[in-house]
Design a protein around this ligand. Structure first.
Ligand code: CU
Length: 146
């Protein structure tokens, strides 16, 4: 899907240039004009940037695999994670701002996590553990230990 968008943008642009020049699309035809070549290169770069921007805007954050929680876009992802007794959960801060992983009932508490930093906690008792970020109290997550 990603490459399709970039490819489409590029060829739409390519088509516009050819159309503007009063020619039809013929990819086998050599591009003689240096100005046109420059234009096309610029266009390709521009379209790639646009394509990538659209993509990054459209891409929903994907949930990490295993007993991992990503802290991204001011949210815990997944917000609810179900694990087994004895499992260790690792939180990774993917945001550029600091966050914490703080149990609502005082069971665990991380220090302030900068971008790329992680916090792990092993759950040895079954139950439902609600937690939040102490810096941003609107950020909530739940670990269900079965
Ligand atoms: Cu936070």
């Amino acid at each position: 899907m990603s490459f399709t968008i970039i490819f489409k943008s590029f060829f739409t642009c390519f088509y516009v240039i050819y159309f503007k020049e009063g020619e039809t699309i013929n990819l086998k035809k050599p591009i003689r004009s240096i100005t046109m070549r420059k234009e096309i290169v610029m266009c390709a770069v521009f379209c790639s940037i646009i394509g990538i921007s659209i993509l990054s805007g459209c891409t929903q954050p994907t949930s990490p695999s295993g007993n991992n929680v990503y802290i991204q876009n001011y949210a815990f992802n997944p917000s609810t994670l179900t694990i087994k007794v004895g499992d260790t959960v690792t939180w990774t801060n993917k945001d550029s701002v600091d966050h914490t992983v703080t149990s609502d009932t005082g069971v665990f508490a991380s220090s302030s996590l900068a971008n790329g930093q992680t916090f792990s906690y092993q759950f040895t008792t079954a139950g439902t553990y609600a937690y939040s970020c102490s810096i941003h109290p609107t950020m909530h997550g739940t670990i269900i230990v079965q």
